[in-house]
Design a binder for this molecule. Structure first.
Ligand code: KIV
Ligand code: ZN
Length: 509
């Protein structure tokens, strides 16, 4: 390795709490912002853009709380190039601002209604004012990639001469190609002599590729969000960019990759935005396998169909029964439950589950175990958790409250919980009882209506994950959504317990 092969560590500027929160319909409370900031800090991000202070008093409160926490990461806040925005940023206790003004003609003409000279003047004024107040200043030329490159260089050079500390190149509407980003970064770094960041949006699905092109051309930092959240198609996804840098380009960074999945889940639930299943790195299916050819390969060597090991990003591989599954995959799933079938029995199990799947149904773990118990005849899978009863109160002016009674190994347990609705409160009460015996998190809850009308048959599917990362799915249907939900949850817990007992070598009776 020569010295030119040794790559400089890049910085990750996380803007989940600012650009990510600009996802339509998303708002988080100051306390939630603080919790997310703490997770990001533990994850190892270098900078947290905590918000846009001038937007609301809640934003100022959130930033103050985050500033007080004394996190390792630098904390930054967004400000337009106005004195008021910078004053509010100062009131939020910020020491570092990200100030921006648009530079493309389309923004100047239709949004700002300003000339290039006026924009230049404002940019210089803001940097001067912020520096006078002792702030670290990162300057962004909004819509940089659609701006006239001469004007762009001029404004960046001027703010650098005025004292800006860092320059950011926003690809505001995701319009850049990797080639163009590379050209912009080299020119801007040359003209300003300052550290350059890139801020790439994903309108054409190129945000990560454009960020990497930026790094290759000398950018030292990328603005990113967890789960690629952000306006329209979002921003470059932190988890995708970091893993691509590490695995494909050997670019060093400070992120503790084993925490990526947990942070992704946390942000998804706090912001109420579900991650698409086929999303790289953190999507539910990123390490899931069904096809017989694939599961066969994976069993022999995971590298056949996985580019990286799931544990590297805090995940666990899982296999799915279904139409495309083959004997190897089904055997591997049954093995995990300590179920041994002869070749003939295995063939029958595979065929039976394929014929159900051919009818358009996905096969849950619980379905597969029922098929196996039917084929193996003598095998009855014990149910540790039995539902005795439950009672729910809900209404317009009442906090939904559930009381659930379960019998576990012959002993009765009772718990009461409130929730956002009857299902939530009932499932929380079950989890409360299960706590300490089967600590599980609900990874997915899906409700489908099988028939029409208010008396429709509803089908509830749940996926739960235990502390060891085992994922178990179960499904129940019935006219009552709450009953079906409770039954599906208990079924999933029972199968989780079964797997746990097998893994710990306990007899399953
Ligand atoms: O995408 C963008 O241009 C921005 C600016 C505020 C930098 O988010
Ligand atoms: Zn943006």
């Amino acid at each position: 390795m020569t010295t030119s092969d040794i790559k400089k560590k890049i910085r990750i500027f996380d803007t989940t709490l600012r650009d990510g929160e600009q996802t339509p319909g998303v708002t988080v409370s100051p306390d939630q912002k603080l919790e997310i900031a703490m997770k990001l800090d533990e994850l190892g991000v270098d900078t947290i853009e905590a918000g846009f202070p001038v937007v609301s008093p809640g934003e100022v409160e959130a930033i103050r709380k985050i500033m007080k926490q004394g996190l390792k990461a630098e904390i930054c806040g967004l400000a337009r190039t106005t004195q008021n925005d910078i004053d509010v940023a100062l009131k939020s206790d910020l020491k570092y601002i990200h100030t921006f003004i648009a530079t493309s003609d389309i923004h100047l003409q239709y949004k700002l209604k300003m000339t290039r000279e006026q924009v230049l003047e404002k940019a210089i004024y803001a940097v001067e004012y912020a520096k006078k107040h002792g702030l670290v200043v990162e300057f962004s030329a909004e819509d940089a990639t659609r701006s006239d490159i001469q004007f762009l260089n001029k404004i960046f050079k001027s703010v650098a001469e005025t004292g800006a500390d860092r320059i950011d190149i926003p690809d505001t509407v995701g319009y850049s190609t990797p080639q163009y980003m590379s050209r912009l970064v080299s020119e801007v770094a040359d003209v300003t002599g300052l550290p350059v960041s890139v801020h790439c949006h994903n309108d054409f699905g190129l945000a990560v590729a454009n960020s990497i092109a930026g790094f290759q051309a000398g950018a030292s930092c990328a603005h990113v969000t967890i789960n690629g959240l952000g306006e329209r198609a979002g921003n470059a996804a932190l988890e995708e960019l970091v893993m691509a840098c590490q695995c494909l380009y050997q670019i060093p960074h400070n992120i503790i990759t084993e925490q990526l999945y947990d942070v992704s889940k946390f942000v998804s639930s706090a912001m109420g935005i579900i991650v698409q299943p086929n999303k790289a790195i953190i999507g539910e299916n990123a390490f899931g396998h069904e096809s017989g050819i694939h599961t066969h390969g994976i069993i022999n060597n995971p590298l056949t169909y996985e580019p990286i090991s799931p544990e590297l990003v805090g995940r666990k591989r899982w296999m799915q029964a279904g139409k495309h599954a083959g004997a190897h995959g089904i055997k591997a799933i049954l093995d995990e439950f300590g179920i041994t079938a002869s070749d003939l029995q295995l063939k029958e199990i595979v065929e039976k589950q394929k014929s159900i799947a051919d009818g358009g149904k996905s096969i849950t773990t619980s379905d597969l175990l029922s098929i196996a118990s039917e084929v193996l005849k003598n095998k009855k899978f014990d149910e540790n958790f039995k539902l005795n009863d439950f009672h729910i109160v809900t209404g317009l002016h009442i906090i939904p409250t559930a009381v659930v009674k379960l019998n576990i190994h012959g002993k009765d347990f009772i718990a009461s919980e409130t929730g956002v609705g009857p299902v939530d409160s009932a499932l929380k009460a079950i989890q409360t009882i299960a706590h300490g015996i089967a600590n599980i998190k609900i990874r997915e809850y899906k409700l489908d209506s099988i028939t029409g009308g208010s008396d429709a048959l509803a089908e509830v599917s749940v996926k739960v994950e235990d502390k060891e990362g085992n994922i178990i799915s179960a499904r129940k249907s019935g006219e009552d959504i709450v009953v079906a939900s409770v039954q599906a949850m208990i079924d999933a817990i029972n199968k989780t317990m079964l797997k746990k007992m097998i893994q710990s070598g306990e007899p399953t009776k």
